[in-house]
Design a protein around this ligand. Structure first.
Ligand SMILES: Cc1cc2nc3c(=O)[nH]c(=O)nc-3n(C[C@H](O)[C@H](O)[C@H](O)COP(=O)(O)OP(=O)(O)OC[C@H]3O[C@@H](n4cnc5c(N)ncnc54)[C@H](O)[C@@H]3O)c2cc1C
Length: 416
């Protein structure tokens, strides 16, 4: 078969791949997206869809290891590691541990604060073109607390992480209940992040793909890339289950599966999959009106027009997509501690997805050395929906030969 040529081939049709496609086409590139399943099939589908520029914390934070160890022995806890004989996991955990320090924390806060603000701006521009199609709203997100200790720590964080907390309002218990009447008597307080918002994640990715298609992007679905053929320092062909494709430039945007294709190029990108679940219910009277994070339980609650979604847990269990029933049940029962009036929930969908996580908590965006035409975009962990547009913008600039300045080094896939 004669290989077909494109300026840019993007492998992976999640929020990151589709965002890169959209902005690269904007700059005039001819783009082909290859997706092994359907658009948005990976982690970008049933997630909570929160847009959270207020969340500037990376996953590795001082104190997180101690808290994580406590949860490890609770089969219903929000965090779990499935230990396996895998040197890469051990190495990842060790690196993660080393990044749990204040200096690195503030380094990440600066980066996430900048990226979060820029991405929100792009989200707003996109929403002007069709936000109603994917239920875009930006009327704030409320964090709820049921322990004094967690509430106190969060209040200190608002002051400590000023760049992200400037739009946050601290509410006492009554004020939190007034804002969100679904909150119960156990709630001791809340923090309203006024600039945050939410979207229906799958509808957003599908809509963005449609807009990209209007700009000339082509999508090849149900097609798996299983090999990258190289010629000196270039990838010469992308080899798929439906034939070979030639590309000027290749972008790996395969989420939690990124290390697999990178390994084809003898590159090690330390990304661990962190499984999370969501449950979507038909909306009942008395359901929350604004997006929430139930802090101690680490559960996100997203109200859609006719549905309510609960999302949570973070399990480091490789690429295994098995459903842990006890953890799923725990998400629901934990929710009632904060929202006791929520009753008669009728389940519509149970979903799980794999968050792509780097040990330093920052995404990988940039050219993969020593390859002259291979780029990587991924590792967004809990923030992929929020940071999709800015990632698309940055990487499309790099594809066009432009620099993204200071951030380039911190986000480089070669930094590990
Ligand atoms: C429970 C849960 C809740 C979350 N809530 C939020 C939230 O509220 N806000 C937020 O910002 N983020 C949230 N996230 C994180 C967000 O979902 C991810 O950061 C984001 O979806 C990652 O996008 P991605 O495009 O990198 O990966 P993915 O969406 O996983 O896309 C990768 C794609 O690559 C394809 N692929 C893989 N290998 C190949 C191959 N060899 N050939 C072709 N195609 C391939 C896969 O099929 C997949 O479609 C949540 C995640 C979970 C699990």
């Amino acid at each position: 078969m004669q290989p077909r040529k494109n300026d840019v081939i993007i492998i992976g049709g999640g929020v990151i791949g589709v965002s890169v496609a959209y902005y690269a086409a904007d700059l005039g590139a001819s783009v082909l997206v290859i997706e092994k399943n359907h658009i948005g099939a990976g982690s970008s589908c049933g997630n909570a869809g929160l847009l959270v520029p207020s969340h500037c914390n990376p996953l590795p934070t001082p104190g997180v290891v101690a808290r994580g160890i406590r949860y490890l022995f609770n089969p219903e806890g929000p965090f779990y590691i499935h230990f396996r004989a895998d040197l890469e996991l051990v190495r990842w955990l060790w690196r993660f541990y080393r990044f749990c320090n204040a200096k690195h924390f503030y380094h990440c806060v600066g980066i996430f604060s900048k990226m979060g603000r820029e991405s929100l701006q792009l989200h707003r521009q996109l929403a002007d073109l069709g936000g109603h199609r994917y239920q875009f709203r930006q009327d704030g997100m409320l964090n709820l607390y049921i322990t004094d200790q967690a509430f106190q720590e969060a209040r200190e964080d608002v002051v400590r992480v000023k760049s992200c907390g400037e739009h946050s309002v601290i509410l006492d218990a009554d004020e939190a209940r007034e804002l969100e009447p679904a909150a119960g008597v156990r709630v001791v307080g809340g923090i309203l992040n006024k600039i945050d918002g939410c979207i229906d994640p799958l509808e957003f990715v599908k809509w963005l793909a449609e807009k990209a298609r209007e700009k000339g992007v082509r999508f090849l679905v149900d097609t798996e890339v299983f090999w990258l053929k190289t010629d000196r320092r270039r990838v010469s062909k992308v080899v798929t289950t439906r034939g070979d494709f030639e590309a000027g430039q290749v972008v790996l945007a395969t989420g939690a599966w990124l290390p697999l294709l990178a390994a084809e190029l003898e590159a090690k990108i330390p990304i661990e999959a962190a499984k999370g679940y969501s449950m979507t219910f038909a909306k009942t009277p008395g359901a929350p009106q604004i997006p929430l994070i139930l802090e101690e339980a680490r559960v996100a609650v997203t109200p859609f027009a006719d549905a309510l979604r609960l999302a949570g847990t973070l399990e480091l269990s490789g690429l295994d997509l098995a459903i842990g029933r006890r953890r799923l049940k725990a998400i629901e029962s934990e929710t009632y501690r904060y929202l006791p009036k929520l009753g008669g929930l009728e389940i519509r969908e149970i979903w799980r997805g794999l968050r792509p996580c780097t040990p330093d908590g920052l995404p990988v965006i940039g050219r993969l050395r020593p390859w002259s035409n291979v780029f990587v975009a991924g590792g967004h962990a809990t923030k992929g929906m929020s940071l999709g547009p800015v990632t698309g913008k940055y990487l499309s600039q790099m594809l066009a030969g432009e620099s993204i300045g200071m951030l380039e080094r911190s986000l480089s896939p070669n930094r590990f």
